[in-house]
Design a protein around this ligand. Structure first.
Ligand code: FAD
Ligand code: UDP
Length: 394
């Protein structure tokens, strides 16, 4: 019988598995980790706080289809993310940099003047990427942009990527624009929530379906080989479809070389205090080796005596030694990736999906969206919310 094998039990793999299962197909999902959820995995630690071992994940989307799909599998807590940047000793300002940040850092008269120029030239309530602001025709705006660039973007970006903001370009830098408004939320998407019982619980509910067989602790690379347009499973040609959400270079045994990624090292601490910092995340934009500190209890407002924090230290990616967290989306790497994408096209029943296989800097909602689109592409059917059978006990 025709098999559907999905490699990876993160947002991408789980979503597409569920859609196939709902359409009456049997699906096998494998993950080499012994946990589900990919990098969005979380768990309740001994303090009772939901902790995210692969870094802070906050759900946000403007896409109703994605939100409605996920709402089948979780209840939500309203949570609007706010971030402060520590730019000097005891000086914390909101990021994205906004008019509140401006007035906190400049003398009132100067701040008023800059605000007026920004409003006149860019417009109130507008968002503008820092690299665009730096090239503005107004000298006063350029001076302001240089200040923001220096205090918010340059050092953080050098730490995070090992490159200057200019080198990275829009896919990365446009994620956090400058706001000509008093908007102080990190995201302005319509839907901003945290799953009540965490992301792993949400993914477990997506995967809980009689037609989905989940195999954890299973490395697909040990079972699957690709050769001359044929996918082999345990040595035999695969009669079916392979959807792959792992690293594409690994899938093809690095035949075009290792793709560059950025890795992270996390240092967790449990502290005997109910609150460590003012906001869930504080970015260290001018100092320290770590980029940010996250305090998990602030995502859920769980009352507790202790608190859990994590510091993120960006690292070079070393194949086999650490985790490839971020693809580095610059032109050179994109071209490198395209060699793999071309190679993948030789395999009619192979589909690449997700942050690693597509080598794209995508968020969880993008992963769900792309999974819905791929399902539609493969089956030729339209996805419809009514095809999801509502789980009874999530
Ligand atoms: P992944 O979550 O990477 O899952 C891929 C899975 O495939 C993994 O479980 C892996 O073990 C498995 N796998 C790979 N190779 C094999 C193999 N050979 N055999 C078996 N299994 C294999 N997004 C947001 O929306 N909001 C946020 O706040 C946010 N914060 C983030 C913070 C950090 C530090 C990082 C790194 C990412 C963040 N993201 C955030 C992005 C989010 O993690 C991704 O968009 C999402 O997890 C992508 O899901 P995925 O299924 O494509 O990939
Ligand atoms: N960034 C920055 N300073 C900040 C916040 C973000 O320089 O205070 C830059 C940095 O290059 C970062 C990118 O903007 O990698 C995207 O930020 P985001 O918070 O979206 O990163 P993620 O949560 O995906 O790691």
């Amino acid at each position: 019988m025709e098999k559907i094998i999905i490699v990876g039990a993160g947002f991408s793999g789980a979503t597409i598995a569920r859609l196939f299962a709902e359409s009456g197909k049997d699906v096998i999902v494998v993950d080499r980790r012994d946990t589900i959820g990919g990098n969005a995995y979380d768990y309740v630690d001994k303090t009772g706080i939901i902790v995210q071992p692969y870094g802070p994940h906050i759900f946000h989307t403007h896409d109703k289809q994605v939100f409605d799909f996920l709402s089948n599998f979780t209840e939500w807590n309203k949570y609007e993310h706010r971030v402060k940047a520590k730019i000097r000793k005891d000086k914390f300002v909101p990021v994205p940099f906004n008019l509140t940040s401006l007035f906190a850092l400049f003398p009132k008269e100067k701040a008023e003047r800059i605000k007026n120029v920004l409003v006149e030239e860019i417009g109130l309530d507008k968002k503008v990427p820092i690299l665009q602001l730096k090239k503005h025709k107004s000298a006063e705006i350029r001076d302001f942009a240089d200040f923001v660039y220096k205090h918010i973007f340059y050092i953080y970006t050098m730490k995070q990527w090992g490159f200057k903001p200019e080198h990275l370009g829009e896919e990365v830098m446009n994620r956090v624009p400058v706001y000509v408004s008093y908007e102080d939320r990190y995201f302005v998407d319509e839907y901003q929530y945290m799953p009540k019982k965490g992301f792993a619980d949400l993914i477990a509910n997506i995967l809980r379906h009689p037609r989905i067989k989940l195999k954890l602790h299973t490395d697909a690379k040990k079972e699957i080989t690709l050769s001359d347009g044929v996918i082999y499973l345990s040595g035999k040609p695969l009669d079916g479809t392979l959807i792959y959400t792992g690293c594409v270079d690994e899938l093809f045994d690095y035949k075009f070389g290792v793709l560059p990624y950025r890795s992270l090292k996390f240092k967790f601490q449990t502290l005997k205090t109910p609150s460590f910092q003012e906001s869930a995340v504080v970015n260290y934009t001018t100092s320290h080796k770590y980029t940010r500190i996250t305090e998990f209890s602030k995502f859920t407002s769980q009352p507790q005596e202790n608190t859990v924090i994590v510091k993120e230290y960006p690292k070079k990616f070393k194949k086999g030694k650490n985790i490839p967290y971020y693809p580095i989306p610059i032109e050179k790497n994109r071209k490198h990736y395209l060699q793999y994408e071309e190679e993948a096209k030789k395999y009619k029943e192979l589909y690449l999906l997700g942050r690693l296989a597509k080598y794209k800097y995508i968020d969880m909602d993008d992963a769900v969206k792309a999974s819905i689109e791929l399902y539609e592409q493969i089956t030729g059917d339209d996805y419809d919310l009514s095809m999801i059978t509502k789980p009874e006990n999530n």
